[in-house]
Design a protein around this ligand. Sequence first.
Ligand code: CA
Length: 239
Amino acid sequence: MNEYSGYRILIVEDERDISKLIEEILRSEGFYNIFSAQCCAEALNIIKTQPPSLCILDVMLPDGDGFFLLERLREYSQAPVIFLTARGEAADRLRGLGLGADDYMVKPFLAAELILRINAILRRTYSKPEKMQRLKLSDRYIDFETASVVMKNKEKSLTAKEYILLKKLYENKNKIVTNDALCMALWGGGYYGYENNLMVHIRHLREKIEKDPSSPIHLITAKGLGYKLVTNDKGDKNE
Ligand code: CA
């Protein structure tokens, strides 16, 4: 049993033996809300009426393929998807992952591996973010709950974009976060050509969080790569 045991798992698989096997594996791990469908139409019906927490999709199905199903499924659900298929070619794997599947496993598969992957995806998708603390940066601190920068006698609000940027950098503090990852966090996909906008937001953020924005000590540029939020957990030296 684990904290995700009650989550709804949908198995889409036209071969009954395999479907049963997957179900048994899941049940032995404590999952009990398991639905199964043998074709795309049946799967979509379940997705509309009993939204699943996670879907395990076969690729070759009698009324379409799993790739098609994933696209249709996305009209109703953002649940994570694992492909579990006999088609192990790189092109299929890339296609599945390219469509936004969370994982791609090839039959025959190990029960233990399937469970590990399912649990990892559920954790990644549904775990509650750890409560964000106040982040101290030299003479000021960031209050994530109110999205503001608090200094001795004044407070500055962060814009939504600045907040997203800072949060992303904070989650990866003291590590480089690439320009791509930052643009993705800010604008989702299709952000090409937004690097200049990113620079503008970084500049504004520096004006709020740095004592001297022109020579930053916390929001550091990693040339050609991205940015890094430098912070010392034990609290920065008081300056
Ligand atoms: Ca099949």
